[in-house]
Write a protein that binds this ligand. Structure first.
Ligand code: KG4
Ligand code: ZN
Length: 367
């Protein structure tokens, strides 16, 4: 069974064709990074305008890449939230029109559920995989979703059976990466560049706080981000001659981006490595606590931050120590894509959980 997936929840226009919920036949992601990079983050209005231009060619390319027509597709699965409302509206309106005009069933998928099910995907013939069907997680498992908009831990007992154990109280993990990157003048998105620089720095160079929030599975990363800001301010004051006073932008304004001449490249690498060490310690340790508390031996890790090389390594090491299976999608499936929406959509289809044609997207949509 082929499902056409569509995701326009943020700044990527994505469409994919997936067979039986796991085998990727085609997977197209058109990134808008170049548009938003110069603003240091996503500009929602620009994102939705670009989705309008891209949605038709991207869906077309996904179908052509799969060698399929709409008549071969059993259903269209679309992400209906959470996300930027203007962006979500484009994908949802497009999917509804397609389904209505061609009489195809419509499936509504939560973006976080999509990330969770990215662990059930394999590139199949796309990546020349020999092992198929892929080894997919069995239920129950602990799921950590760490992305630009969300950081949450779930206990998952089956499709649709999700219990949230904890979530971020302020910044999401990816958001903290992006904001620290902005402070360091490294641009957007911050995760990949900090990941790279961190691999060349000393993770023990600076003792940033590790926000464990004991007695809770919640996360909080804004204090860690502020600690990086304070560290940079102190470094700036140490430097001579004195730098101009801080601008009014504060953290959001990337106050240091033009002034980072007080930091050597080696220091920036050490800051990146020390920040990343805190982030990874907290994410891995809290996942381990959740495993212990729930008495489980299976983890899935997904969302954009799961592309992080250190996090992938440390989560696998922790899994090995605890004789626990760890499932992490291949790097290109960690960040937003529509194959994950098609994968989750497949299970909605099996459950006959179809969406109505009056489906409306929601910016806030709990899982
Ligand atoms: O899942 P995603 O594509 O979008 C959301 O649903 O939010 O995640 C994007 C986030 C960005 O914050 C980006 O900086 C982060 O994932 N990210 C990374 C890495 N690659 C992307 N964070 C840490 N290390 C990476 N290698
Ligand atoms: Zn996402």
């Amino acid at each position: 069974m082929l499902i056409l997936g569509i995701d326009t929840s943020c700044d990527d226009t994505a469409a994919a064709v997936v067979e039986n919920g796991s085998k990727i036949i085609s997977n197209i992601v058109s990134s808008q990074t170049d548009i938003h990079k110069k603003y240091g983050g996503i500009v929602p209005e620009l994102a939705s305008r670009r989705h309008i231009e891209l949605i038709l060619p991207v869906v077309d390319e996904a179908l052509k890449g799969a060698g399929a027509g709409l008549e071969d597709v059993s259903a269209v699965a679309v992400c209906h939230g959470p996300g930027l409302i203007g962006s979500l509206l484009i994908g949802c309106s497009f999917a509804k029109a397609l389904c209505f005009s061609k009489n195809i069933p419509l499936l509504a998928v939560n973006h976080l559920e999509g990330h969770m099910f990215s662990c059930f995907l394999k590139e199949g013939s796309l990546a020349g995989e020999t092992e198929f069907p892929p080894r997919i997680p069995e239920f129950p498992f602990i799921s950590l979703i760490a992305s630009g908009g969300h950081t949450s831990l779930y206990r998952v007992d089956g499709f649709g059976k999700y219990r949230e154990l904890g979530r971020t109280r302020d910044d999401a993990a990816g958001e903290a990466y992006d904001k620290v990157s902005k402070l360091l003048g490294l641009g957007y998105p911050g995760g990949p560049v900090i990941d790279k620089l961190a691999s060349e720095g000393n993770p023990k160079a600076i003792d940033f706080p590790r926000p464990y929030l004991p007695d809770s599975f919640d996360f909080s990363f804004s204090g860690l981000k502020t600690a990086v800001l304070h560290y940079l301010r102190a470094e700036e004051q140490k430097s001579a001659p004195p730098q101009p006073p801080l601008g009014k932008g504060g953290i959001e304004g990337g106050v240091f981006s033009e002034l980072l001449n007080f930091c050597s490249t080696a220091l920036i690498k050490n800051i990146a490595a020390s920040f990343q060490a805190c982030m990874v310690d907290v994410l891995v340790r809290k996942t381990e606590w959740a495993l212990k508390k729930e008495g489980l031996r299976r983890i899935t890790l997904s969302g954009g931050v799961s592309a992080n090389s250190e996090l992938r390594k440390r989560m696998k090491e922790m899994g090995d120590e605890r004789e626990t299976e760890v499932f992490i999608p291949s790097i290109n499936l960690c960040t937003d894509n529509a194959a994950m929406i098609a994968s989750a959509g497949y299970h909605h289809f099996l459950n006959k959980d179809f969406a109505e044609i009056d489906l409306n997207p929601k910016a806030c949509l709990p899982l």
